[in-house]
Design a protein around this ligand. Structure first.
Ligand SMILES: O=C(O)CCC(=O)C(=O)O
Ligand SMILES: [Fe+2]
Length: 228
């Protein structure tokens, strides 16, 4: 898969997010969501209401990741690393990301961030995910991906993927990102450069999910830094 051909790099540069339509097909979506009860696949199970994160559950995959998750993370990384390097250059940050996911994960592991962060999320009626940022230590890859595994309208209603951008000395801007089953949202984990009248400045993005009105919604989260 050529990741750069599946998302609009202009939108990513201008708005800090982009949608990749049909990143995976409906069968793959069903197979991924069906991993939920396979406890041996996961290293950690979080009940969101116990932590004030919202309402719903998620599980972090254990290494070795399921083959399709590993494939997607590998395939998306190189094009996203190019964007990430451009962002760091514009923000005046010295870090540059290597060309391959393996090389970047080696850097994470050397810094003590060794645990896998890809996750499966499950929401039922009334569940939601508070606006947040997925930071797990000093090592941060600045872009992440969420793939919608369920079909809106059929499997669930409500449960919209939301982004809020906090802008320096300005009011925050919210966005609902419409996704169909198999579509992915690619977005800034935290900071990104935005062009203003006086050159580049940093804005900070948070993401979350609005309340489900009915049904069941599964997503696959791909985060590219490992966790401490
Ligand atoms: O379920 C969603 O759409 C958001 C998931 C999420 O927060 C993540 O993958 O980091
Ligand atoms: Fe998240």
């Amino acid at each position: 898969m050529a990741a750069s051909s599946v998302f609009d790099s202009e939108t990513l540069a201008n708005r800090g997010f982009a949608v990749a339509k049909n990143l995976i097909d409906a069968d793959e979506c069903r197979r991924l969501a069906a991993l939920w009860p396979e406890q041996a696949r996961f290293r950690k199970h979080i009940v969101m209401q116990r932590h004030g994160y919202g309402q719903g559950e998620y599980q972090y995959f254990a290494y070795d990741l399921p083959a399709p998750v590993e494939r997607l993370r590998q395939a998306l990384y190189p094009a996203l690393a190019e964007v990430a390097n451009r962002w760091n250059e514009r923000l005046g940050k010295p870090r540059r990301f290597p060309a391959t996911l393996d090389a970047w994960l080696r850097e994470c592991h050397e810094a003590g961030q060794t645990r896998p962060t890809p996750l499966l999320l499950r929401y039922g009626p009334g569940d939601y995910n508070c606006l947040h940022r997925d930071l797990y230590g000093e090592m941060v890859f600045p872009l992440q991906v969420v793939v919608l595994l369920s079909a809106p309208g059929r499997d669930f209603s409500g449960g919209e993927f939301m982004l809020v951008e906090q802008r320096p000395r300005m009011q925050s801007r919210g966005e609902v990102v419409p996704l169909e089953q198999g579509d992915a949202a690619i977005f800034a984990v935290n900071e990104r450069p935005a062009r203003g009248v006086r050159g580049w400045h940093r804005t900070a993005l948070r993401h979350g999910v609005s309340s489900l009105r009915h049904g069941e919604r599964f997503t696959l989260g791909l985060i590219f830094h490992d966790a401490a």
